[in-house]
Design a protein around this ligand. Structure first.
Ligand code: G6P
Length: 366
């Protein structure tokens, strides 16, 4: 009812708006700004054991998988430990090589997704070390894993994940920082990241303050048959999650591509009727991303650029600017405007936002 929605029109709007406080909860008590590190006691790993981890693999379904991809990028970047993400159901059915020096992370908002739970059991059977990254305390995956990190996003009702996704990426930033600081990450860099993380809830609030501006762009997508979401490196998992959000709740076909792959095929689809959302993190690839926009414009494709930079983006029809907290954390902040874009497109189209057709909040059967 109204009370639960706290004045919001639906749960997705409420959960998007709750992100600054939710982000504070996942960080609380876990950051040490003086030592430039983090502590994740629930992992139950000593510094020596943390140092022994040779690989990190994130496993989950849907948005949890994309959050894992953000996590893998952070772990490689901050800790220089090889990391990747894979859909849990793919992993469990391909008879994976289980590596005793790998830290496997089972990522799940509900903690009840059947494929993710079965993946945990398969890993345990084969002697893999698996920790949970779960939102719902007492859920099946949380109980099955004897270590992990709780996401503290609070109850998420809307089928499309928002605050749980953000808290997943923040939990993985904490993990990456922890792993980095028992390896090569310097005190100074550790402090910079810890400070940026501490400031992130406030930055998220600043992105949310741009809601009206982002909502005004939604008409472009509501009229489209197909939308591209393009990003490279830090922007790539963000593009995938952004496309997923639009598909799930608006039913507009969206496809994510690495910007770097555009000219190897998908560029053939670009015309005046197919808008592209291009992500431009504040990093050394920003100029390449401007080049991507040029390629699209040259074929008459409308572009909405979403960026943490202050760069002029001449080729874009629209530019959404969001604050940065340093390039490493840009994936976290760039996801927020894409939630709002999907949300307002779905509203314009009159969709049932909290309960999109054909989808369930958690898939507990195969
Ligand atoms: C379903 C939901 C998705 C969610 C996925 C994984 O498909 O519709 O929004 O990302 O399950 O759910 P989990 O609870 O494991 O994070």
């Amino acid at each position: 009812g109204d009370y639960e929605l706290g004045g919001h029109p639906d749960f997705m709007a409420k959960e998007i708006a709750e992100q600054p406080e939710a982000a504070q909860r996942v960080l609380r008590g876990r950051l040490d700004e003086r030592l430039g590190t983090a502590r994740l006691d629930g992992l139950r790993l000593t510094a020596r054991e943390l140092r022994g981890i040779r690989r990190v693999k994130f496993l989950g379904c849907g948005s949890a998988y994309y959050a894992g991809q953000v996590g893998a990028g952070l772990v490689e970047e901050l800790a220089r430990v090889p990391a990747d993400a894979e859909p849990a159901a793919e992993f469990r059915y391909r008879n994976p090589v289980v590596d005793p020096d790998c830290l496997y992370i089972a990522v799940s908002q509900s903690g009840e997704t059947a494929d993710t739970l079965a993946t945990v059991e398969e890993l345990q059977r084969k002697g893999g070390r698996v920790a949970g990254a779960v939102n719902v305390v007492g859920s099946a995956i949380a109980r099955e894993c004897d270590s992990g990190v709780f996401l503290h996003a609070g109850p998420e009702i809307s089928v499309a994940s928002t605050k749980a996704f953000t808290n997943m990426t923040l939990a993985f930033a904490l993990l990456a920082l922890t792993l980095g600081r028992v390896r090569d990450l310097s005190l100074g860099e550790g402090r910079r990241i810890a400070r940026a993380l501490a400031e992130l809830p406030e930055r998220i609030g600043q992105v949310l303050a741009e809601e009206d501006r982002i909502a005004s762009l939604a008409g472009r997508f509501a009229d489209a048959q197909h939308v591209f979401y393009l990003g490279r490196v830090r922007g790539w998992p963000v593009a995938r999650e952004g496309a997923q959000k639009l598909k799930e709740i608006s039913y507009v076909h969206a496809e994510a591509y690495q910007s770097s792959e555009l000219k190897h095929g998908p560029l053939a689809l670009v015309d005046a009727a197919m808008p592209s959302v291009v992500l431009i993190p504040d990093d050394e690839l920003a100029v390449k991303n401007l080049g991507t926009i040029e390629q699209i414009r040259a074929r008459g494709g409308p572009v909405v650029a979403v960026t943490t930079t202050g760069l002029a983006v001449p080729g874009a029809e629209e530019v959404v600017r969001v604050p940065t907290a340093g390039p490493e954390l840009d994936p976290v902040l760039l996801t927020i405007p894409l939630q709002l874009l999907a949300y307002h497109t779905a509203r314009k189209l009159g969709r049932d936002i909290d309960k999109p057709r054909n989808l369930a909040k958690s898939v507990t059967v195969e």
